[in-house]
Design a protein around this ligand. Structure first.
Ligand code: NDP
Length: 253
């Protein structure tokens, strides 16, 4: 696979402490991008940054909470000091907290809305000027939002999570109208079942068991396989926009 357009890029990956974000960071760095790693667990990020550097790549661990305005602003300043302006943003941090709607888990609804929707917006706000500026200089500029198959297909008890992902898919579609004319490419990635830590936060034992059953029955994608798609789309020539990709295990498709 050729990823020729990644060398020399400056990337920000949110949710880089595990799963898809970690794999994307490794792959982008392996192909010559400088990668800022954002998440809340600093130790994980430092370990990953050290691994990337040991393999000859460039990475910067930046502790940040996408639900917190000041934290995202501080992260942006730290990245700009270290790396200058950013031209590739992977908006990947997310949480999935399913429950029957009757349980009325307003705390979980708020956390998902704040992370998966408002968090994505905070990161977009922080880096819009960088992306637009990079594109104006003739560089390739990418905004990649990680949505989900759940944006289109409903799963009982996952209504609020699905709604947050539908919002991300809608945002990507809509933002293309604002960014596209300025050569900032917006790509929406919609993974299906992928083996990561996402399911480990499911609070209901019954729903956690159901999810395990799905992995046993269908078999999930590896995080690296989703990362491969993201590296592929961001490494195309800048006038080529693979704008929306649903990537599922074949048995889920
Ligand atoms: P993981 O749980 O492994 O990764 C989620 C990442 O987000 C972690 O690194 C976590 O790090 C970070 N994160 C969570 N909350 C915050 C926050 N408030 N601020 C900053 N970072 C945060 O799961 P995945 O890799 O699977 O998830 C990545 C994305 O993929 C999510 O948006 C998810 O919805 C989406 N997705 C996943 C699918 C799957 O089957 N796995 C299917 C479809 C979509 P930390 O806790 O250290 O902050």
């Amino acid at each position: 696979m050729s990823y020729e357009n990644l060398s020399g890029r400056t990337a920000v990956v949110t949710g880089a402490a595990s799963g898809i974000g970690e794999s994307v960071a490794v792959l982008l760095a392996a192909h010559g991008a400088r990668v800022a790693l954002l998440a809340r667990r600093g130790e994980r990020l430092e370990e990953l940054a050290a691994k990337i550097r040991a393999d000859g790549g460039q990475a910067l661990a930046v502790v940040a909470d996408v639900t917190d305005d000041a934290s995202v602003r501080a992260a942006k300043e730290r990245i700009q000091e270290a790396y200058g302006s950013v031209d590739l943003v992977v908006n990947n941090a997310g949480v999935m907290l399913p429950h029957p709607i009757d349980d009325g888990r307003a705390d979980e609804w708020q956390r998902m809305l704040d992370t998966n929707v408002a968090g994505v917006l905070r990161v977009i706000r922080a880096f819009t000027a960088d992306l637009v500026g990079a594109a104006a200089e003739g560089r390739t500029a990418d905004l990649v939002n990680i949505s989900s198959v759940g944006a289109h297909i409903t799963f009982p008890n996952y209504a609020v999570y699905g709604a947050t992902k539908a919002a991300v898919t809608y945002l990507s579609q809509s933002l293309r109208g604002e960014f596209g004319p300025r050569d900032v490419r917006v790509t929406n990635i919609e993974p299906g079942l992928t083996a990561t830590e996402l399911g480990s936060h499911v609070g209901s034992a019954e729903l956690a068991g159901e999810l395990d059953g799905m992995f046993e029955g269908i078999g999930g994608l590896a995080a690296e396989e989703v990362a491969d798609v993201i590296a592929y789309v961001t490494s195309r020539a800048r006038h080529v926009n693979l704008r929306q990709i649903m990537v599922l295990p074949t048995r889920q498709a």
